[in-house]
Design a protein around this ligand. Structure first.
Ligand SMILES: *Cc1c(COP(=O)(O)O)cnc(C)c1O
Length: 471
């Protein structure tokens, strides 16, 4: 396991086996694995999964509630009593209205980065005062709507601030407004999710010549600029680097407030980015560890003088989602066993295109949805798409998957099945939330219905079938 909680996923590791051999099998992770096993079996028994519904997404509602509570408790433990704290879920991680609603009931707001995400948050009943708009490409209409509704906005760059100037002059707004900064503290192990590199596209790059002074003057000249925002990375960033990004943002807020002579910057938005352990069942790092590390690195941030906004995405949802796919065929090629399943690039796009950065654990279940045991075999778990790289996992040691079994891609609750990729016009699978309690056992609720073939045709220009002929 490296610093970032990623296993190398060599052939010595496999999904289900590490939990049975102890280690990660205890506590929180062990209970989550047990709930998942129960849900997979119930999904088969209750007909959510089967020959005619060969792929489904499952969401562990108990786990999501637990993570939301853990997030709140972690920051409650390090902030002075009475500190305003808004935990805004990064909607892009799991853009599903019932999930946003569940989080809302658990005291979590929304961070949105597009008109679509804002609409989802509104459909979930999340109020403007619990919503934050960040996006590197807000149109004038996006900004006007956010300010009219009183949604917090973080300006990404001087041109955007200029647009906001005009809007603030022409109408009053309740929106808290901030500037997104890039502390340029460096990247992590995955380039595509490193937001605080020297040349990142996000925010005002503080170490560029004149940039820091520009931010300070922008605030001195605009009494309504009351926030600073930094999101220093996602998966692959070590906690120490994240803490440094927050510390630099805090130092800038202190400097601005000294220059203006009062506490104009009253809230710091520390972004999200807590990495997720995709290598085993364990939740690591935890929110409590991160909050303690921040409190150690930046004590002044928690003494009650600043309100806080957080924007966690992946760490709230990833470990609570599972894609379960039927093994349509089990074959051999060049001596290698290959399970051809219904989960591939359409639900695990990052993993399929960048398997080195985004490996997923796979668990093997039999045709009744029971965990498979027995000797392990090195095998490939392939998806249904028509290109040879469509592999969920390559060379993985698992009990041999046979026709009619199920392969489960674990930790896929964020940035996976909610991020469907339309390759081969494969259907978006249905998603079901589940809980379990005696005596009735596992209960499911629809989060998203499976896409239909008619919808595929419609979304692919079906009503314009003759559209090109008249040109
Ligand atoms: C993506 C993003 C987040 C969430 O990142 P996670 O790694 O999912 O926690 C938060 N804030 C901003 C601005 C983002 O772009």
């Amino acid at each position: 396991m490296n610093d970032f909680g990623m296993n190398d996923f060599g052939t010595s590791h496999s999904g289900t086996n590490d939990r049975r051999t102890g280690g990660a099998g205890d506590g929180d992770g062990g209970r989550r694995a047990a709930r998942r096993d129960e849900a997979v079996r119930a999904a088969v028994e209750q007909g959510l999964l089967g020959p005619d519904t060969p792929i489904v997404g499952l969401l562990d509602v108990t786990g999501i509630r637990d993570s939301a509570a853990a997030l709140r408790a972690a920051f409650d433990a390090v902030t002075a009593p009475g500190t305003p704290v808004l935990h805004a879920f990064a909607v892009k991680a799991t853009p599903l209205v019932p999930v946003l609603r569940l989080l809302h009931e658990a005291g979590i707001g929304a961070e949105v980065a597009s008109p679509g995400e804002l609409a989802l948050a509104r459909a979930a009943g999340i109020t403007p005062d619990r919503t934050v708009l960040d996006s590197p490409a807000k149109t004038p209409a996006d900004l006007r709507e956010a300010l009219a509704r009183g949604i917090a906005v973080n300006a990404d760059n001087p041109q955007e601030l200029h647009r906001i100037d005009a809007l603030v002059r022409s109408a009053s707004t309740r929106s808290p407004i901030g500037i997104r900064v890039n502390p340029q503290v460096g990247g992590g192990s995955i380039g595509a999710t490193s937001t605080a590199t020297a040349t990142s596209k996000f925010g005002v790059a503080l170490r560029d010549e004149g940039a820091r002074e520009w931010v300070i003057r922008a605030c001195v000249n605009r009494p309504w600029l009351t926030r600073l925002h930094a999101h220093t990375g996602s998966q692959g960033i070590p906690l120490s680097l994240m803490a440094r990004g927050v510390a630099e943002t805090y130092d800038l807020a202190e400097e601005i407030n000294r220059r203006v002579g009062h506490r104009q910057i009253d809230t710091i938005d520390i972004g999200g980015g807590l990495p997720v352990n995709f290598g085993s069942e364990e939740t690591s790092p935890t929110y409590a560890e991160y909050a303690r590390s921040l409190a150690g690195a930046v004590p002044g941030l928690f003494d009650g003088r600043y309100g806080l906004v957080t924007e966690f995405g992946r760490s709230l949802l990833a470990k609570h989602g599972t894609v379960v796919a039927r093994v349509e065929y089990a074959k051999r090629s060049g001596g290698r066993p290959i399970a051809v399943t219904h989960a591939g690039v359409q639900v695990a796009t990052r993993t399929v295109y960048a398997p080195g950065s985004w490996p997923l654990r796979i668990a093997a279940y039999d045709a009744k949805g029971l965990p498979k045991s027995g000797p392990v075999t090195v095998q490939d778990i392939a998806g249904p798409a028509c290109f040879s790289g469509d592999l969920l996992a390559e060379g993985r040691s698992l009990p041999l998957l046979e026709q009619g079994d199920y392969a489960a891609a674990l930790d896929t609750g964020a940035y996976y099945f909610a991020h469907h990729y339309a390759y081969n016009s494969l259907l978006r699978p249905g998603i079901h939330g589940f809980t379990s309690a005696a005596p009735e056992g596992v209960r499911f609720a629809v989060v998203r219905k499976p896409q239909t073939i008619d919808e595929i045709v419609e979304e692919s220009g079906g009503e314009h079938a003759r559209g090109l002929l008249g040109l």
